[in-house]
Design a protein around this ligand. Structure first.
Ligand code: R5P
Length: 300
């Protein structure tokens, strides 16, 4: 049965870069999927075009990597959907941007998490995302004040992937903030885990202190929510290699992998990298379509 309780079924609308995962999501949810067309003018402005008639419930699908561009295009699409018959908008954004700036760390800084959250809540009734970076903010609804804010976790899927690919794994979280994800994966797979301490000195300057655990000869899986420059995971991998780990695998929910992140991780001794398909990347090995669709099919 289709997802919506209204007469018309819901419709998924896919932004161009996310057409394939949006179609997988729509197929799993048993709903249709149509394209959002985006034209980029030479000056960098975007023209967004939707199907000209929409049902009552529309689910817009895009991850919010490359956030500054995608947010404005999402804003254009959501405001337009409301003029084309959509009365209820769901945002399916497996990766939710601007979650890490959850406080003003220095006087005068924007608290981006709250500001972007309020922007999204102007249009959307429901938000569905995966492993959002909630650290000082306890609940997703506190960051994005929509009627229904759903924070899914990829932890069970990651635990399954580890069980299928890594022999006698030891899970390591590179910093205190990763403890929530690494402990959830460890609990799903009944696996050993520990958490390191991180000191960030700059965007690409990170120091990691590993706990006093036995890493020699172990198949270590480094787990984090986001890999951006890759420096957090690379610094951890450097230390693990120094302590004699037999193999180092990286497993992340959101594969931003900007610039030379991929090469930096390989140079640090990482032999295998896997991510969910929340952000499209060659490391994608864990599809999220079923997890996301379940939320649409089972609203409560
Ligand atoms: C922060 O705590 C996040 O969980 C990640 O560890 C961080 O965003 C990774 O950034 P990078 O890859 O640039 O070190």
């Amino acid at each position: 049965m289709a997802a919506d309780s209204a007469n018309e079924p819901a419709l998924a609308l896919a932004f161009p870069d996310y057409r394939e995962p949006a179609e997988r999501f729509a197929a799993a949810a048993g709903i249709g999927c149509e394209a959002i067309r985006v034209h980029h003018f030479p000056d960098g402005e975007s023209l967004v075009r939707l199907p000209d008639r929409l049902p009552e419930h529309v689910a817009l699908y895009t991850s919010l990597d490359d956030a500054n561009q995608r947010l404005i295009e999402l804003e254009l699409a959501a405001a337009t959907a409301a003029t084309l018959g959509a009365e209820r908008l769901t945002l399916v954004a497996p990766y939710l941007c601007y979650m890490r700036q959850d406080a003003a760390f220095r006087p005068g800084e924007a608290v981006s998490q709250r500001i972007v959250g309020e922007l999204l809540a102007r249009h959307f009734d429901t938000l569905v995302t995966v492993d959002p970076h909630l650290h000082r903010t306890a609940r997703l609804a506190d960051a994005v004040p929509v009627r229904r804010a759903v924070a899914l976790t990829a932890a069970p899927l990651m635990a399954d992937w580890i069980a299928a690919h890594v022999n006698e794994p030891l899970l390591v979280g590179p910093d205190e903030e990763s403890a929530q994800w690494v402990s959830a994966i460890a609990a799903s797979g009944e696996t050993e885990f520990c958490v390191a301490r991180k000191t960030r000195l700059g965007d690409r300057d990170v120091r990691i202190a590993l706990p006093e655990a036995g890493f020699a000869g172990r198949n270590v899986v480094l787990v984090d929510d986001v890999a951006s420059t890759g420096r957090t995971l690379a610094a951890a991998a450097d230390e693990l290699a120094r302590r004699g780990a037999a193999s180092i695998t990286v497993l992340v929910t959101h594969a931003l992998f900007v610039g030379d992140a991929w090469a930096t991780l390989r140079a640090a001794g990482v032999s295998r990298i896997c991510s969910t398909d929340s952000i499209l990347h060659e490391s994608n090995g864990i599809p999220l379509a079923g997890l996301l669709a379940d939320t649409l099919l089972n609203p409560d």
